[in-house]
Design a protein around this ligand. Structure first.
Ligand SMILES: [Cu+2]
Length: 263
C-alpha cells in the first residue's frame, strides 16, 4: 500500500469527496503530533540550551586623584575641605544588559498583552529603587508612602509624563512603551530623582550590594554585554554564552575613553 510522508493511506482516486475526507482525516490525526512538536520546539529547546552570565561590576576613580597634591591649599578654605568627594567604592545601582538583537531562538512572550507591573516607592522624600531596569511594555506603579505630596514627572524623550500632586492611597502608574533611559524627578524636592532603564529584551540584571549580577536563561550565542552606571561611561564587552553553564564577565567602570577639551 502506498503511503504518504506521514504514513497515511492515500484516499480513493475514484471519489473526490472521499479523497478530501481521507486527507482531512489524516491531517486531523496528525494534528496532536504536530502540536507536540511545535510545543517542544518553542519551549524545550530554548530552555534546554541556555547559559548564564555572572560577574561583578565596580567603579574606580582616576589613579592619583586620592593623593591630591593640592590638599594643602584647603587650609584656609573650610568649605572646599568639606566638599564631598566621590566615593567610587560605594557606587551601586549598576545595570548589566545584553544589547539586542538576542538569538532568534528567544521565544516571544506567550501573552504579549500581559501586564507586567513593577514599583518605585516614594518614601522619606526618596525614590526606591533609584534605578529600575524594565522590559519595554512594563507598567510601573508610583505609590507615595509619605505624608506629604510629591509630583513625579519626566521630560525625557523616551517617556515624558507628569503624574501631578498626590499621596496615599492614590497610586499612579506609567507604562514604558519605548526602549531608552527615562530620568524621573519630583517637582517639589531637590534630591528626588530616579532612572527607569527600558530595555528591548529581558536579559538584564542589577548588581547586588557586593556588585555581583546574574543573567540566567540566555540563548547561546555571541553578544555585546554592556555595564551601565548613571554617572560613568558605560562599557561593552563581546561575550559568548555557552549552551549550558556560566560565562563570567567582570567590569570596572571609570572616567575614561572620553574626548579631551576641544576634540
Ligand atoms: Cu517630592
Amino acid at each position: 500500500m502506498n503511503t504518504d510522508a506521514h504514513g497515511c493511506s492515500p484516499a480513493r482516486a475514484d471519489k473526490n469527496v472521499g479523497d478530501t475526507a481521507g486527507r482531512n482525516a489524516c491531517a486531523t490525526s496528525m494534528q496532536p503530533f504536530r502540536a507536540v512538536v511545535v510545543v517542544l520546539l518553542m519551549t524545550v529547546i530554548p530552555h534546554a540550551l541556555a547559559g548564564t552570565i555572572v560577574g561583578n561590576v565596580h567603579a574606580e576613580g582616576k589613579a592619583g586623584a586620592a593623593d591630591d597634591p593640592s590638599c594643602g591649599k584647603y587650609d584656609g578654605n573650610r568649605q572646599l575641605k568639606l566638599a564631598e568627594r566621590v566615593d567610587y567604592a560605594a557606587f551601586h545601582d549598576f545595570v548589566v544588559y545584553l544589547e539586542g538583537p538576542v538569538g532568534t531562538n528567544w521565544p516571544a512572550p506567550a501573552k504579549p498583552a500581559q501586564v507586567v507591573t513593577r514599583r518605585v516607592m516614594q518614601k522619606d522624600a526618596n525614590f526606591n529603587p533609584h534605578v529600575l531596569p524594565v522590559l519595554v511594555g512594563t507598567t510601573v506603579e508610583w505609590p507615595n508612602e509619605d505624608e506629604i505630596l510629591h509630583n513625579v514627572f519626566s521630560f525625557s524623550e523616551t517617556k515624558p509624563f507628569d503624574l501631578g500632586l498626590y499621596k496615599s492611597p492614590k497610586i499612579e502608574t506609567v507604562t514604558f512603551d519605548r526602549p531608552g533611559r527615562v530620568d524621573i524627578f519630583c517637582s517639589i524636592h531637590a534630591r528626588m530623582s530616579c532612572i527607569v532603564l527600558v530595555r528591548d529584551n529581558p536579559f538584564f540584571a542589577t548588581t547586588n550590594a557586593r556588585g555581583n549580577y546574574r543573567i540566567a536563561d540566555v540563548p547561546p550565542g555571541t553578544y555585546k554585554l554592556r555595564a551601565w552606571h548613571e554617572r560613568l561611561p558605560s562599557q561593552v564587552k563581546e561575550i559568548t554564552v555557552p549552551e549550558t553553564g556560566e560565562v563570567k564577565v567582570d567590569f570596572t567602570l571609570g572616567v575614561r575613553n572620553l574626548p579631551g577639551p576641544g576634540r
